[in-house]
Every structure is written in structure tokens, then in C-alpha cells.
Design a protein around this ligand. Structure first.
Ligand SMILES: Cc1cc2nc3c(=O)[nH]c(=O)nc-3n(C[C@H](O)[C@H](O)[C@H](O)COP(=O)(O)OP(=O)(O)OC[C@H]3O[C@@H](n4cnc5c(N)ncnc54)[C@H](O)[C@@H]3O)c2cc1C
Length: 343
């Protein structure tokens, strides 16, 4: 029998629970290890709302203390729930570490998520922004998720078509923002994986390492190596990865920008829109590697805002606003945060 007893702590310091390491206190905080526990907590602590669901804290910015109850999701477990000649359906607890789940699949030859190696955080948070990297997005291997509705305490199942996945976006960042706690995610993985090496840096590395017929383990190892060389490890320099989304502009606007800035990079996303790397825009606006008090942008990648030590959420928010203003002034492009700002 699983132990469904829980302990609600008060005045919990949030710094160890977010990779930007900003301080702030949660009025109440509870570690959740089962779906039933969520239902019980909701039932017994209705008056402690608002609730906030927290995973690994690698995509949140706490601006202040949180005056409510934080549900810290630690639901574990992996189970093959279905299998046919070509696919495996793996159900994974929302509290499992995402990268460990990727390696679990890679080790067994189950393909589809190897390009998403080393993305920090939990499995339950992965659908929230439809995590993506190196030419792959979660939605490609997503089958369904189970969640608890925080208002009713009822279980809800979301299939792929219910999630409204888009670029770093889903229904859970919009219409259903803050209203559900994901308890498990089922992935559909391939037993005879197709390798996705379309991304330039992967191609380059395969060439350097003389690998002509890569396995999913090769891809995973390469992605890990690329990421380690490009992104700061939050354990040594606090950050939340890309702070902003890459803006998507109309082809017409992109052509206008190209007239003024002929080196501007752009990637066609469909017949009439182009994605522009936010890091390039921020760098051109003069922010790369800048330090402002206790915060700044990463010296190798301007898109990553870093906490150089003991900065508050307010300081990070102020810097992000200054960056947004500069980019708006210079390029007439409004940057939208990818990080979830908790006020
Ligand atoms: C160094 C670094 C590199 C990164 N690289 C990438 C990248 O390449 N691609 C990418 O897409 N992201 C990237 N990220 C962002 C981050 O890793 C992902 O968004 C990740 O999915 C967040 O997981 P988490 O558990 O830390 O979520 P948290 O930060 O805890 O939460 C993020 C959001 O999801 C919600 N949430 C979390 N868990 C649940 C749940 N169980 N149910 C309901 N809602 C939930 C929270 O309320 C919050 O709104 C990076 C971050 C860092 C620090």
C-alpha cells in the first residue's frame, strides 16, 4: 500500500527549489508522491489556495513570496502500458527527472526523445511548454497525460489533440494555466527509431566524430556534449535556460528587417512566417555577457539570464524588462518570456 500521508511545511525557502536560485518563501509547501495525495491535500486545504504546481523549478521565476500552497510534484514510476511490433507506450510519473527518463529509453533502444537529452526538470512539466530542442518537440512522442483538476479534485486525461501543443506552448500555459497538476505522462516510442540529425550542430559533430550511421545513443551523447559546451549548468551559475521565446514574424516583416540588418538569421516556420533567434536580437541590442548588479546575461548566449549571486526575482524581472525594451526599440519586436513568472 502506498503511503499517502503528507506533511505541509510552512515558510519554506524557495531558493533550493528554482534553478535561478532566487529567494522567496512559500507560505505552505507539500511534497506530493501520489495522485491520491493531491486529492487529499485539495480536500483538506481548500482554504490554502492559491495553489502552485512546482516540478524541478527550471522554468520559473518567483518574483516574491508565494502566499499560498505549493504542490511539489514527486510522483515516481515507469511502466510499459502497451507494446506492439513497432512501438512501446511508456507511462512515466510526473516527478521523474526528464533526462533520466530519456536515458532510460535510449538504453533500451526506444527512440523519439533522444534529441531532448539533458533538458532539466521533470516529466510532468515537459508538456506544459511542449519542451523542444535540436529539431524535436515533445509532442512528437506524446501520447497522453493524466492530471488532477485543482478546482474539482477530479482526474482528467488529455490526449495529444487536447493539449493544443505549439512552439513552447500548450493549453496548460493558456486556457488551463495553473488549473491542473499533471500526475503522469505516456510517451509513444519507436522500436525502430528514425534518427533526426537535421540540426546543424548535430550534423557537424557526427562528421567530426566520423559517425555515418548514428544510433539514438550517439544522438543523445552528442546532444549532451553540445549542450554542456553551450549552456551554463544551473548548479554552478543559476539560470533558467532561454529566458525568452524566439519571436516569429511575418515573412514581410522579416524582409524589412533584412534590409536594415543583412546578417539577421531566420528560420522559415511555415509558408508565411519566420522564426528569429531571440539570442541574436538581444546580442545585437548590446546585452551579451552584460552584468547589471547581481544579474546579467550569459557570456556565451545572451538569451540566458543568469543570477551571479543572491539576486532577487525582482532584479531578474527588471533586467528582463530592460532587455525587452531595447529589443523593441531597435527591432520593433516584442520578446515574450518563455520562463513562467510567478507573481
Ligand atoms: C540550463 C537549462 C536549459 C534548458 N533547456 C531547455 C530546452 O532546450 N528546451 C526546453 O523546452 N526547455 C528548456 N529549459 C526549460 C526547462 O528545463 C523546461 O521548461 C522543463 O520542462 C521545466 O521543468 P521543471 O520540472 O523544472 O518545471 P518547473 O520550472 O517546476 O515548472 C514550469 C512550469 O510548469 C508547471 N508545472 C511543473 N510541473 C507540473 C505538473 N506536474 N503539473 C502541472 N504543471 C506543472 C509549473 O507550474 C510552471 O508553470 C531549460 C532550462 C535550463 C535551466
Amino acid at each position: 500500500m502506498p503511503d499517502n500521508s503528507f506533511c505541509i511545511r510552512e515558510d519554506v525557502n524557495l531558493a533550493p527549489y528554482n534553478t535561478l536560485s532566487v529567494p522567496g518563501k512559500a507560505q505552505k509547501f507539500v511534497a506530493i508522491s501520489s495522485q491520491k495525495m493531491i486529492v487529499d491535500v485539495l480536500h483538506m486545504h481548500k482554504n490554502d489556495a492559491p495553489f502552485f504546481v512546482l516540478g524541478g523549478g527550471s522554468n520559473v521565476l518567483f518574483i516574491d513570496d508565494f502566499n499560498g500552497l505549493i504542490l511539489h510534484i514527486a510522483i515516481m514510476g515507469k511502466e510499459v502500458v502497451r507494446e506492439d511490433a513497432n512501438h512501446i507506450w511508456l507511462k512515466v510519473g510526473a516527478g521523474e527527472n526528464w533526462h533520466e527518463a530519456v536515458r532510460y529509453c535510449v538504453d533500451r533502444g526506444w527512440g523519439g526523445i533522444e534529441n531532448l537529452s539533458l533538458i532539466p526538470g521533470t516529466v510532468g512539466a515537459a508538456p506544459i511548454q511542449n519542451i523542444g530542442a535540436y529539431g524535436v518537440e515533445l509532442e512528437e512522442a506524446f501520447e497522453l497525460l493524466t492530471a488532477v483538476d485543482l478546482k474539482t479534485g477530479k482526474e482528467r486525461v488529455f490526449k495529444k489533440e487536447d493539449c493544443e501543443f505549439a512552439y513552447r506552448d500548450s493549453i496548460f500555459k493558456n486556457e488551463l494555466k495553473g488549473t491542473v497538476a499533471v500526475t503522469d505522462v505516456t510517451l509513444k516510442l519507436s522500436k525502430s527509431p528514425e534518427i533526426n540529425s537535421s540540426y546543424g550542430a548535430i550534423k557537424q559533430k557526427l562528421k567530426e566524430e566520423n559517425i555515418s550511421d548514428p544510433t539514438i545513443k550517439d544522438i543523445s551523447d552528442i546532444v549532451i556534449a553540445i549542450r554542456n559546451s553551450k549552456l551554463p549548468d544551473p548548479a554552478s551559475l543559476a539560470n533558467a535556460g532561454s529566458f525568452f521565446k524566439n519571436p516569429i514574424v511575418s515573412d514581410e516583416d522579416f524582409e524589412k528587417l533584412k534590409k536594415d540588418y543583412n546578417s539577421i538569421p531566420g528560420y522559415q516556420v511555415d509558408d508565411h512566417r519566420t522564426k528569429v533567434p531571440a539570442g541574436w536580437l538581444i546580442e545585437q541590442a548590446g546585452w551579451k555577457g552584460k552584468v547589471v548588479g547581481r544579474v546579467g546575461t550569459y557570456r556565451q548566449q545572451a538569451l540566458v539570464i543568469v543570477n551571479h549571486g543572491n539576486a532577487t526575482g525582482q532584479e531578474i524581472l527588471q533586467l528582463s524588462k530592460k532587455i525587452q525594451q531595447s529589443v523593441l526599440q531597435k527591432f520593433n519586436i516584442a520578446l515574450v518570456p518563455e520562463v513562467n513568472i510567478v507573481e
